[in-house]
Design a protein around this ligand. Structure first.
Ligand code: ADP
Ligand code: MG
Length: 881
């Protein structure tokens, strides 16, 4: 068991968005705990302790604030420095079961303090070997019963004599995770209200000089039509500045504003933040760069202020009528949410989205993102009906698991687009940070974004191209694109571009071709890309587009017009009666992307066919993702989570830095999750080996365990196919001699019959968190890199797809008369690995190489697992950065 050391303080949000500090209580907290109980109403005390005896608070405080030990722990929740609730557990007589109790100050009831404390205490208890909480509550204590029921942990209930007994196993399952995630989402959104829909606002550091950043922000706020009270803060400016009341310090503000935008020099930011906190300001946007972000975050936590920046351009919410940035122009109100790290990119995106008429809903430049990150913006957009697509350009996404989970959820509602950075395979390989595992996936970050439902493109131009399409047109239902042009050459270019990006060129049906033939001059091309000829009249051209769009074999249309002296076809772009997704290419158009408005329609219009094709391909890939059934997160009967946790915890208490598990630990971990393993024994002598071989059944395999040897067969540490006492004995002795003095033991295994060797594994990806990896084992992995990977948690469909995604899949699915291997067995192995990765964040990497797959089953014969302690034991725990 890991030494119970007092856990770090973390900050988390209550359901109403209030920031709370959560940490273990210590002797210094005794008085606060006593006062909390002393302040509780008699009813509250009675419900909790079934008694109304004198100094109950003092007794509880003594118990709660004693040093942490094996059998107990206590945590407190503080709001603005005051203790508002405590939770503790005490070991019961029963192994692995502890009795939990909660107390929340009367005035803080119904704000989620108890639930938050329960989540944190459960996570802490799990790391200290507690497997279940029990609790006795009075039958009339509905509040705490509801709290237990709503927490999402599976519950057993037993009532007797007016007392309800609860037992809650602490292993987090999918239902519990969903419940926590939902609480997190709503708390996050509530906490952003003050920031993104402020009722009042101050600009701190607004100068008289019109070019000062503060003055520019003030000007933008006023010019963007903000209706709430606006104040300026400047010690030297007098009573009025830029048309608003001005104060010498944040302390003098006439009201605790929802949002303060801070532009003072770096050395003054700390003090200004303090003053804001003391004045009750609810959130800060810190524009200034060169600020100590950690110190600033600590101040914001202390006063419960959410923080954007430092080192950013500012934020805007057009629906709330404010633009608190120092951009030269203001965005038009519209439907795109934008989050960027770099202010310059942000300005470019705002300007282009405004030019295109798509406009911006909310904008945040998150800068050094000590607190508010793209994850927060995703959650905001999810609950904002005005945001219909989201553009993200950041170098990193914050908490990977939260990002992967949030993006997949938000992507169902609105398309999310990003520019991939670190997309080169080299980047990903470097990120995998190890040499031993073969399970370094041969996947690009682009593919991972695609799995998360995010449209990932290669540059800002492409980002706008795709955004223009997704904002203005429906998502294509398929990849078949009809091309209609009045310039045959451009039609061919478009067809080639479609092929390049994985779209197909639709062949109009015979009926459509006939109808086209009646409209077009003899000799015009009616199949493949339709070429109307240059001189066609606008009306006829429009009819042609309508005809192909109506064809059942067409999913989307690219219409290409080359303006000629003979006819102006540009006016036709928005004129047709086309209900399928439509992109226009207007050759010679000065902007590479534009949006043409007319007849209540908006059609994206590109200067080049390749841009149109790529934008369509992005939209189609999003459409395909959204239409794809999610699949099922399977129940995996017989997994023993607690046993696995114990193995990892035991290893980490011996090796606090982490490292490779021993073969016995690895096998134990995998067995706990029901992964099929070849039967094995560890032996220490030739006699042992002979006896084990007899028990296991021949033939057997011997593997020397030598510290530092990673690839055993390369080092001559694997001997296969041993039969008979003599062979086993000789092989053992040969190993003992060869690795003289270095041998940690010898693993003996039943030899699996021949089959296809595959590898399955887990690896960690910096943006997305854990991945499950699959590929063909042996040479195929090392030389061909034929592997694929999926984000966790895998559904049954993900597992099936992953198996089929590798190029050598035909070897598994039945090939040249060879029967298919046990695909269901492989799928189950992948799902079990996904579950293992989800539930044990300490697993840094895991390789099963090979799993031998045969028609009658699959069996792993080699396993390596590396663990690294995670400072925060539960990645799903609600906490701020
Ligand atoms: P390493 O990967 O460290 O070299 P392995 O334990 O994977 O060592 O063994 C090397 C190879 O030997 C495997 O890829 C597999 O082909 C074969 N092998 C190992 N153990 C068994 C077994 N129990 N049954 C069948 N083949 C085995
Ligand atoms: Mg191996």
């Amino acid at each position: 068991m890991r030494e119970p050391a007092v856990s770090d303080a973390v900050f988390a949000l209550l359901i109403d968005g209030t920031q709370t500090e959560i940490r273990e209580t210590g002797s210094a907290d005794r008085e606060a705990v006593r006062r909390l109980h002393a302040g509780m109403s008699p009813e509250n005390l009675y419900l909790r302790f079934f008694s109304l005896s004198g100094d109950i608070g003092g007794q509880i405080a003594d118990r709660m604030c004693r040093p942490p030990g094996a059998g107990h722990a206590a945590m407190g929740a503080w709001v603005a420095g005051g203790l508002v609730g405590v939770a503790s557990y005490e070991a019961t007589g029963e192994e692995g079961v502890a009795e939990v109790s909660l107390a929340v100050a009367d005035w803080m009831h119904a704000r989620g303090v108890g639930t938050l404390l329960l989540e944190h205490l459960a996570a802490l208890a799990r790391t200290r070997g507690v497997r279940a909480f029990s609790a006795d509550t009075l039958a009339q204590n509905h509040a705490v019963q509801r709290l237990f029921a709503d927490a999402g942990l599976s519950l057993r209930r037993h009532s007797e004599g007016g007392v309800v007994e609860f037992t809650m196993p602490l292993a987090p399952d999918a239902r519990y995770r969903d419940a926590v995630a939902e609480r997190e989402r709503s708390a996050d959104v509530r906490s952003l209200e003050h920031l993104l829909r402020p009722a009042s606002l101050a600009v701190i550091g607004a100068g008289r000089r019109v070019t000062s950043i503060g003055a520019l922000i003030l000007r933008n706020v006023l010019a963007s039509g903000y209706r709430g009270p606006v104040y300026a803060v400047n010690p030297r400016a007098g009573a009025e500045l830029g048309g608003v009341p001005c104060f010498r310090s944040a302390a003098d503000l006439p009201e605790p504003v929802d949002l303060a935008v801070v532009t003072v020099p770096a050395e003054a930011v700390g003090q200004v933040a303090e003053e804001c906190g003391r004045r009750g300001v609810r959130s800060l946007v810190v524009i200034t760069s060169g600020v100590d972000g950690r110190e600033l975050t600590a101040i914001c936590h202390r006063y419960g202020m959410r923080l954007v920046g430092p080192n950013c351009l500012g934020i805007a919410n057009t629906a709330a009528g404010f633009d608190a940035t120092f951009a030269a122009s203001r965005p038009i109100a519209g439907e795109a949410g934008v989050v960027v790290q770099s202010g310059g990119v942000g300005i470019a995106l705002r300007d282009h989205l405004s030019r295109l008429g798509i406009g911006v809903s909310t904008f945040a430049s998150v800068g050094d993102k000590y607190d508010v990150s793209s994850n927060d913006m995703l959650e905001w957009w999810e609950s904002d009906p005005g945001t219909r697509l989201g553009l993200i350009h950041v170098e990193s996404f914050g908490n990977p698991r939260k990002f992967a989970r949030t993006a997949r959820r938000v992507g169902r509602r609105i398309p999310l687009l990003t520019v991939v950075s670190g997309r080169s395979e080299a980047g990903l390989r470097a990120a995998a940070s190890h040499t031993a595992a073969a399970a370094t996936p041969d996947v690009t970050r682009e593919a991972l974004f695609r799995q998360a439902g995010i449209v990932a493109v290669h540059g800002l131009g492409e980002l706008l191209d795709a955004a223009a399409f997704l904002a203005c047109q429906p998502v294509p239902a398929g990849p078949r694109v009809a091309i209609v042009s009045n310039a045959g050459g451009a039609g061919v270019l478009a067809a080639d571009s479609c092929a390049d990006v994985g779209l197909s060129v639709a062949e109009p049906s015979a009926t459509t071709r006939e109808a086209l033939g009646r409209l077009l001059p003899p000799g015009a091309a009616c199949a493949g890309p339709v070429d109307t000829g240059a001189g066609i009249a606008p009306d006829r051209f429009r009819r042609c587009v309508e005809l192909v769009a109506a064809d059942a074999g067409v999913d989307a249309v690219i219409m290409i017009v080359a303006p000629t002296a003979a006819s102006d076809l540009v006016s036709v772009v928005t004129a047709g009666d086309v209900s399928k997704p439509l992109a226009a290419v207007v050759l010679g158009q000065p902007e590479s992307v534009d949006v043409r408005h007319g007849d209540g329609r908006r059609v994206p219009s590109y200067a080049y066919p390749e841009n149109a094709a790529r934008a369509l391909a992005s939209a189609w890939s999003y459409g395909r993702w959204r239409a794809r059934p999610y699949g099922r997160l399977p129940d995996l009967p017989g997994t023993r989570r607690a046993d696995a946790e114990e193995i990892i915890t035991a290893h980490l208490s011996r090796c606090p830095e982490g490292g490779w598990l021993s073969p016995a630990e690895s096998m134990g971990l995998l067995a706990a999750y029901g992964l099929p393993l070849a039967e094995w024994r560890m032996v220490g002598s030739a006699d042992d080996a002979v006896q084990a071989a007899a028990e296991l059944g021949e033939p057997v395999v011997l593997k020397a365990q030598v510290p530092g040897v990673v690839h055993k067969s390369d080092a001559g540490a694997v001997v296969l196919g041993l039969r008979g006492e003599d062979e086993v004995r000789r092989a053992y002795q040969a190993m003992a001699e060869r690795f003289d003095g270095r041998l940690d033991g010898v693993l003996i295994q039943r030899m699996a019959p021949e089959g296809v060797e595959v590898l399955c594994g887990i690896t960690q990806e910096p943006v997305f968190g854990p991945l499950v990896v699959f590929g063909l084992g042996g040479v195929a992995t090392d030389v061909l890199g034929d592997t694929g990977a999926r984000l966790t948690p895998l559904t049954d469909l993900d597992a099936e797809e992953l198996i089929r995604s590798v190029r050598s899949a035909p070897l598994l699915l039945g090939h040249r008369g060879r029967p298919a291997v046990d695909i269901a067995g492989l799928r189950s192995a992948l799902l079990r690995l996904s579950c293992l990765a989800e539930e044990h964040p300490d697993i840094a990497e895991l390789d099963l190489n090979p799993i031998i797959a045969r028609p009658d089953g699959v069996v792993a014969v080699d396993a390596r697992v590396r663990v690294i302690p995670q400072r925060h034991w539960d990645p799903y725990l609600r906490r701020m950065r």
